[in-house]
Write a protein that binds this ligand. Structure first.
Ligand code: GLU
Length: 314
């Protein structure tokens, strides 16, 4: 059988302007795919109406293009299909598939109940759900429904999910001990990231998921959903997160390090790309270079596994 053509994706959440940390993961995702002759999709992960704005969607495209990171499919040219906020029917159909397998249940717990003092936590800091609402009777559900709209959770079985990450190597989690029953639709009706990302990666034919290592611990949940929905599992590569030269974690709140601000200050995209490439070990010194010139130099071998401080000095 012919191997599937390689397809990667940019999957930004448009909740702010892109900063250097986003540019770093976008560059590595693009290089991972382009260096193997694959294609890229741009999908806007704008599920959360409180955090995502259309102007940030346009900003993402502008910033990626400015860096020279192109895509073959999606973004505004692809229309509604590539905006998660427009794909509710598709996620609802996937939920229905899981409901028919009797895997879902409504959860009425409040934030306060979830974050009880003794609640165990996952490695990413989220609470491992105690299963409080798993076995409610129909009557108990009806009673709680009167005062609270439920979230929907998926029941996880006693199963270990194991996969080999292209950078991090073997990674395994026990679904019950490390993860717990997780939410697929929030109580306000918004579909959860875990569901949307799995459905979209599968339906869009994504074979290569290169993204920040903050999502490594989401991957077992995503593989479990792929198994339940009958999808293939793509290849994963979790790259270290980029920290500012002084070691602090970059976030969208740091306006000084957005690409828009750096562009305003007169910086050239090749300067930024050169600094990112030197940080990734692709070139020896942080000198200006275009993303295209980096394609033949790309290799995961010199990339560290742990979070890494940006090489910003000349
Ligand atoms: N939209 C997510 C983010 O910006 C990334 C999702 C993913 O790569 O799976 O953090």
């Amino acid at each position: 059988m012919e191997p599937k053509p390689i397809k990667g994706r940019f999957a930004p959440s448009p909740s702010g302007r892109m900063h250097l940390g986003n540019a770093w993961s976008a560059l590595l995702a693009w290089l991972s795919v382009r260096s193997r002759g694959g294609t890229m999709v741009l999908r806007l992960e704008d599920l959360d109406p409180d955090r995502c704005k259309p102007s940030f969607c346009a900003g993402v495209e502008e910033d990626l293009q400015w860096l020279g990171l192109d895509w073959d499919e999606g973004g505004s040219a692809g229309g509604d299909t590539y905006y998660q906020s427009k794909r509710s029917d598709i996620y609802a159909a996937a939920l229905e598939q899981l409901r028919k397998k009797d895997l879902l249940y409504p959860c009425y717990c409040t934030r306060g109940q979830l974050h009880a003092a003794n609640a165990p936590h996952r490695s990413d800091g989220e609470v491992i759900y105690a299963g409080t609402c798993r076995n409610l009777t129909e009557e108990e559900r009806r009673e709680r429904e009167k005062t609270r709209r439920p979230a929907l959770r998926i029941c996880v079985p006693e199963q270990e999910i194991r996969f080999t990450d292209r950078l991090q190597g073997e990674y395994a989690e026990s679904l019950t001990q490390d993860c717990g029953d997780f939410i697929l639709r929030r109580s306000d009706g918004v579909f959860a990231y875990q569901l949307a990302v799995v459905v979209d990666d599968a339906l869009m034919g994504v074979t290569d998921v290169t993204r920040g290592s903050d999502l490594l611990s989401s991957t077992p949940r995503q593989i479990f959903l792929q198994q339940q929905l009958g999808y293939e599992t793509p290849e994963y590569c979790h790259v270290p997160l980029l920290c500012a030269p002084d070691g602090r974690r970059l976030s969208k709140r740091e306006a000084d390090l957005t690409l828009a601000a750096l562009r305003e200050s007169g910086m050239q995209p090749e300067t930024i790309v050169g600094r990112l490439a030197a940080t990734a070990g692709l070139i020896d010194r942080p000198e200006a270079i275009s993303v295209r010139e980096l394609i033949p130099l790309f290799s995961l071998n010199r990339l560290p596994k742990e979070d890494i401080a940006l090489r910003w000095e000349e």
